[in-house]
Design a protein around this ligand. Structure first.
Ligand SMILES: C[S@@+](CC[C@H](N)C(=O)[O-])C[C@H]1O[C@@H](n2cnc3c(N)ncnc32)[C@H](O)[C@@H]1O
Length: 295
């Protein structure tokens, strides 16, 4: 892991030139904002790869996707410092951040509901790290759900179902909450607590205000804690070059700019912590952590 100066980022990322209008880059239609079909296509390719290579486990599928997408060394960020790392090390750092984000919330027996989990790579990493917890993932992509089932179908603590944030009711979360409440009613002292988790999926929506105020808050009082590892525009400093490039990146790609303010505005929950730039697989689009608890 080598330190990278912001001034040298253009040598390793096309984004500074794109954002400054120095090349002819145009956003692919449908990629920014919702873009479910784009994810579905990517997951479809990985599904074909997994079916052709049934000996590959979930980590090998992800590794293959990473090496197809990028060549070492690649730029990353952590806490507003930039580094050059190799592709596998980048994945390790992202996995570490993922596992650490739930460390204070999982003591054993909890069920983590991961919304927008893609094909479920994050479920596999978390299930390895937390052997006493269960993991239920949801994603709107048919190929994502199919690939998750292909790779984790016989895993007794991982389940993947169709899910869309834009639905009026989140049936997936309702079913997990109902199971848990049913166990409590039957006097099961070991009834699971439910942890709501997202990683990089709320980002995919151009705005999350209504989703937070109309849907998430309907369930928040029955959840132990919410943990989001997301790209949070509101945390980007207004007065640093890196912060300004990051704000510009979010705007150009039509990703949401209202996750943190929407959560803070919701009376039903209290945002208890934010950590800026936990890790940036794209240094101009880092993941930050936001945690909340029922009010
Ligand atoms: C950047 S990927 C992140 C996937 C996974 N959480 C991870 O960290 O690897 C964004 C995910 O958000 C999902 N997504 C997009 N729109 C969504 C929606 N309306 N409801 C739920 N998930 C959505 C996509 O299908 C995709 O899997």
């Amino acid at each position: 892991m080598r330190k990278l100066r912001l001034g040298d980022l253009p040598k390793h990322s096309p984004w500074p030139a794109r954002l400054l209008g120095l090349d002819d880059w145009e956003e692919e239609p449908g990629y920014g904002g919702i873009g479910v079909s784009t994810y579905d296509e990517v997951y479809g390719n990985l599904l074909a790869l997994a079916r052709e290579n049934p000996e590959m486990d979930f980590r090998e599928v992800q590794r293959s996707a990473n090496h197809y997408a990028e060549e070492s060394p690649v730029p990353i960020s952590r806490a507003e410092d930039l580094f050059l790392v190799d592709v596998d090390e980048k994945q390790e750092l992202q996995d570490e951040a993922l596992v650490a984000s739930l460390a204070g919330s999982l003591s054993g027996g909890e069920t983590v509901v991961a919304l927008g989990c893609g094909w479920g790579y994050e479920l596999g990493v978390l299930a390895d790290a937390y052997p006493d917890c269960e993991f239920v993932g949801g994603d709107p992509t048919e190929n994502g759900v199919a690939l998750g089932r292909e790779l984790f179908g016989d895993h007794d603590r991982i389940r993947i179902e169709p899910f869309d944030f834009r639905d009026d009711r989140w049936n997936l979360l309702e079913s997990v909450l109902a199971d848990e409440e049913g166990s409590e009613d039957e006097g099961d002292a070991e009834a699971d607590d439910v942890v709501l988790f997202t990683q990089g999926s709320l980002t995919a929506l151009p705005s999350v205000r209504e989703i937070v105020s109309e849907t998430l808050t309907r369930y928040s009082d029955r959840v132990q804690v919410g943990v989001h590892l997301e790209h949070v525009r509101e945390l980007h400093p207004e007065d640093s070059l890196l912060g300004q490039l990051r704000r510009s990146y979010t705007d150009r790609r039509d990703y949401n700019d209202d996750l943190l303010t929407s959560l803070r505005d919701a009376d039903e929950l209290d945002v208890t912590a934010t950590t800026y730039d936990v890790v940036g697989g794209n240094p101009l689009h880092p993941l930050s952590e936001v945690r909340w608890e029922p009010a």
